[in-house]
Design a protein around this ligand. Structure first.
Ligand code: PXG
Length: 451
């Protein structure tokens, strides 16, 4: 038998599989999915093609990650070439050229002096790495009593034990025991009553930043290591920072010597019109976590960017002492580095970081034109992010949202994200006006058709 008859990759990847039992799908209602699967076979630009040959408009850049659109030639070629050149290289006391080249390139994009990069393979790992770095930083400076971490309600910081501990989504926490000790939470900033249907940043809610002073005082400032926030919460259904809120959080952290971490896994790499949301909001944290768009989603990679001050705290030991007892087999993987470098080139060539501002107005208008359709209780947007919040059915929260999501896919050939009863949108940054019209036409029809 010829070798390719044994293993025809194209056929395997593009046809409905014979059995679907063994793959335990993440964050999925496995029974419902397997009863009516949605299987994507290929992708190009703004569109997926599913296994039935239907074109599906990608309204969420895969999972908030394919910011440059699918199958960009430069990225495809770079990964193809890299795997045949150097498939793996260890990064513990060894390395290869690529992570150094990539780190320098990334440091040019980050705000302030966040010029040192620790590589991970996902956003969850980036978050857990950032929390560990914050704790170790204080200890390295002789402030080892700073062990408390502060997150927020409704936050999503991935699924590691650190991430779910500082995260604020009850379903992601309640199944898994008590989590890290010494964690406290601020309230979230969603306030539909005061801010409902506001285009862009909400006007009300800056005062919630003052809660941080209260929580810090309760525990004593000298015990707090870090505060972690998503500049915009994505997974909880797009929760925006009220005007002035992040600046205030920054001021309070600075006053008390607390490390401020921005989790930019979603907001990084052009999603809001700059490389990072920190730059768009004019607030510089001490650490940024990133992932997703760093490789345009095509090879897993995450990163932690740290300030000069934090990095310096680790470099005072003898030259042969390991400065951080932390790392992953695949930190700085050559394939991910090659993908990331080609991704950064693609972003630059096409000026993609500017798109979310250039198209922001059209996006905002299209989205807010849905106001008035049945069951819509709020619409939120910033950069190329959007959310439509639907009223939950009294007896069945989440079902209306799930129906809109499945109808959009099966009837409207549109991929969106759903979380509870909120439809979230984050299209590739190569989106054009015609796609924007298509997204909101389909969603309008689907929402009208969903009781
Ligand atoms: N932090 C933030 C802010 C995220 O949005 C993570 C950390 C974890 O990244 P990894 O790579 O470990 O998944 C995320 C991930 C959704 C959705 O539809 C969002 C994420 C992942 C899956 C689905 O909202 N964000």
């Amino acid at each position: 038998m010829p070798a390719d008859a044994l293993h025809d990759d194209t056929a395997l990847a593009t046809q409905r599989p014979e059995a679907m039992d063994a793959f335990w799908m993440p964050f999925t209602a496995n029974k419902a999915f397997k009863a009516r699967p949605r299987l994507l076979a290929s992708a190009q630009g703004m569109y997926y093609t599913d296994v039935d040959g239907r074109q599906i408009l990608d309204g969420c850049a895969g999972l908030w990650c394919v910011n440059a659109g699918h199958a960009r030639p430069r990225i495809v070629e770079a990964v193809r070439r890299q795997i045949g050149t150097l498939d793996f290289a260890p990064n513990f006391q060894m390395s290869s050229p690529l992570p150094f080249v990539l780190a320098e390139r990334l440091a040019e994009l980050t705000p302030g002096d966040l010029d040192h990069v620790f590589f991970t393979n996902s956003g969850s790992e980036a978050v857990d790495s950032a929390l560990k770095i914050a704790l170790a930083y204080h200890r390295a400076r002789g402030e080892g009593q700073r062990t408390r971490l502060i997150g927020r309600e409704k936050a999503y910081h991935g699924v590691g034990f650190g991430g779910i501990s500082v995260g604020g989504l009850p379903n992601n926490r309640k199944w898994f025991g008590p989590g890290l000790p010494g964690v406290d939470h601020l309230r979230h900033t969603l306030d539909i009553e005061r801010n409902g249907f506001t285009p862009g940043l909400p006007a009300h809610g800056k005062e919630w930043a003052e809660e941080l002073e209260r929580v810090i005082a309760l525990h004593d400032p000298s015990t707090i290591a870090a505060v972690i926030v998503e500049p915009i919460s994505g997974s909880a259904g797009v929760i925006l920072p009220p005007e002035g809120y992040l600046k205030r959080i920054r001021e309070i952290c600075t006053r008390h010597g607390i490390v401020l971490i921005f989790d930019e896994v979603i907001t990084g790499f052009g999603r809001v019109g700059k490389a990072f949301a920190a730059q768009r909001f004019g607030v510089t944290p001490d650490i940024i976590t990133a992932a997703k768009g760093i490789t345009n989603g095509c090879v897993p990679m995450g990163a932690v960017f740290v300030s000069e001050d934090i990095f310096d705290a680790f470099t005072h030991g003898p030259d042969n002492a390991i400065d951080l007892f932390h790392g992953y087999t695949y930190s700085g993987h050559p394939l991910a580095c090659a993908a990331a470098l080609a991704t950064l080139d693609t972003y630059a060539e096409d000026n993609l970081f500017e798109q979310a501002i250039a198209l922001g107005e059209v996006w905002q208008q299209g989205l807010h034109a849905l106001k008035g359709l049945p069951n819509i209780i709020d619409i939120r947007n910033y950069g190329l992010i959007g959310a439509i919040e639907l009223a939950p059915r009294p007896d069945a929260p989440g079902v209306r949202g799930a129906e809109v999501f499945t109808r959009a896919f099966h009837d409207g050939q549109l991929l969106v994200r759903v979380t509870g009863d909120t439809i979230a949108l984050s299209p590739p940054l190569i989106i054009e006006k015609s796609h924007i019209d298509q997204i909101f036409n389909v969603l309008g029809e689907v929402i009208k058709a969903t009781a």
